[in-house]
Design a protein around this ligand. Structure first.
Ligand code: UDP
Length: 447
């Protein structure tokens, strides 16, 4: 039986799609081992078989690494994995399960050299959109120079992009200089990869996917939501199966059950974004002013930024939790809108659930995702920031109302429902993403 090793970065937004992809490969009959690097003693190392995928957990203390910059953290990961992965590969070989291919997070370009050195195929997995990939690729090739000289920008396969539609590392390169090098570096050896996977689907990014295919034979394999939210072919595949934070599931669901259909705005900024105190206050006041109910995920590390007594003052219409089962929330009929930072997973999850969005991007690829949400897929409204870079309470109230009320709200809802069907079609039997996975499996069998 063919055996694949899947290695994501140890971040929620990278583990989720690569774990789901692993499940899809296992569904096609492959043996799959997913490597999870855990650096937090609060999380039990997993040594178990979740669904059809075997999980190998590598524990590595990183107190120091957590505090240092992205480049150093990547180096830390590389140091650990370049020792531990060959050990794991040779152990699997010795017990009769040799690895045929390593699917590595596109950020780990060194993994391709490692795979080739071991005589194994290598596949790069991109966890952001093809549009964002195209922007980074153009920077890598020197077509787009950073800092930007002028805007707007026209790149092949993409709509006209204003500077603020570009990923923050390009729009504001001073903000996180080490990240720019990392995201652009993903293209350094892409032409040597045996396969290139993208968590997207063909019709979602038709033009840019077509352009990319003139360069590399990329395979879109998304959206990578659990099967129960899409084609329902994978039995019991109801959630991602791995949470960096503990969700307040019962509290959320019970609370949603008490609300009428389409009356709740779900608010979350994902696993990493940190809002400034002023922004947090404006958001809190905007939610308080808005006519709708709200369910707001405020991670434990952010909770002290809430205005004092906010939860007591809004308990009639609002619930604040530290983490939630996002897919279940989006699928709940009480939810009528998702106020999101537009992380790529959250964007795909909202699209696939037919939930309209208020896009409030914070950094990295979220700015470009927000542009597509509003102008290309027309499934939401993007907030405007004021001269101080703040989204005011009035703006928050206005955007929620636009998405949840009136003619524009209805049109956005119609578009959202259409994308939901197209997302399902992509992963269903014979859909574009399903075919791409089939082709990969067939090619591996022939190797
Ligand atoms: N998520 C979740 N519960 C929450 C907030 C987020 O399960 O309360 C999940 C969400 O479903 C998504 C992931 O965390 O799969 C966040 O990934 P995304 O790419 O949207 O954002 P990131 O965290 O990488 O910024």
């Amino acid at each position: 039986m063919l055996h694949i090793l899947v290695v994501p970065l140890p971040l929620q937004g990278h583990i989720n799609p690569m774990f789901q992809f692993s499940k899809r490969l296992a569904f096609k009959g492959l043996r799959v081992t997913l490597v999870i690097i855990s650096s937090d003693t609060h999380h039990e190392p997993i040594e178990t078989q979740l669904s059809l995928v075997k999980i190998e957990s590598i524990y590595a203390a990183s107190e120091e690494a957590d505090k240092i910059n992205a480049e150093k953290k990547m180096q830390w990961l590389q140091n650990i994995l370049s020792k531990r992965l060959p050990e794991l590969i040779s152990k699997q070989e010795s017990i009769g399960y040799p690895i045929s291919c390593i699917v590595y997070d596109s950020a780990m370009t060194w993994a391709l050299d490692m795979a080739k050195g071991l005589g194994i195929a290598g596949a790069s997995f991109f966890t952001h959109s093809c549009a964002v990939g195209t922007v980074y690729c153009n920077v890598h090739q020197g077509v787009l120079s950073v800092p930007l000289k002028e805007g707007p920008i026209l790149l092949p396969g993409l709509p006209l992009l204003e500077p603020h539609d570009l990923p923050s590392f390009i729009y504001d390169p001073g903000s996180y200089p080490s990240f720019l090098k990392l995201v652009v570096g993903r293209f350094s050896n892409i032409t040597d990869a045996d396969w290139i996977f993208w968590n997207s689907f063909d019709c979602l990014e038709q033009e840019v996917v077509s352009w990319m295919r003139t360069r590399w034979p990329i395979k879109t394999i998304g959206p990578t939501l659990p099967s129960m939210y899409l084609d329902k072919r994978l039995e019991d595949d109801r959630d991602y199966g791995f949470n960096l934070f503990t969700p307040n599931t019962d509290t959320c669901i019970k609370w949603l059950e008490s609300k009428d259909t389409g009356t709740v705005v779900y608010v979350s900024f994902g696993s990493m974004a940190n809002l400034g105190e002023k922004q947090m206050e404006e958001l809190a006041l905007g939610l308080k002013r808005s006519k709708t109910n709200f369910l707001w995920v405020v991670r434990e590390s952010e909770i002290q930024k809430l205005p004092s007594n906010f939860e007591e003052q809004t308990s009639e219409k609002g619930l604040v939790v530290n983490w939630c089962p996002q897919l279940q929330i989006l699928a709940h009929e009480a939810v009528g809108c998702f106020m999101t930072h537009c992380g790529w997973n959250s964007t795909l999850e909202a699209l696939s659930s037919g939930v309209p969005m208020v896009a409030m991007p914070q950094w990295t690829d979220q700015l470009t995702n927000a542009k597509f949400v509003e102008d290309e897929w027309k499934v939401g409204v993007r907030v405007k920031v004021d001269q101080m870079g703040i989204v005011t309470k009035e703006e928050i109230e206005r955007c929620i109302a636009q998405v949840m009320e009136g003619e524009r709200g209805k049109e956005i809802k119609r578009n959202s429902m259409r994308w939901r069907e197209l997302a399902k079609e992509a992963v269903a039997e014979g859909g574009s993403s399903d075919k791409n996975i089939e082709e990969f499996v067939a090619a591996l069998l022939c190797k």
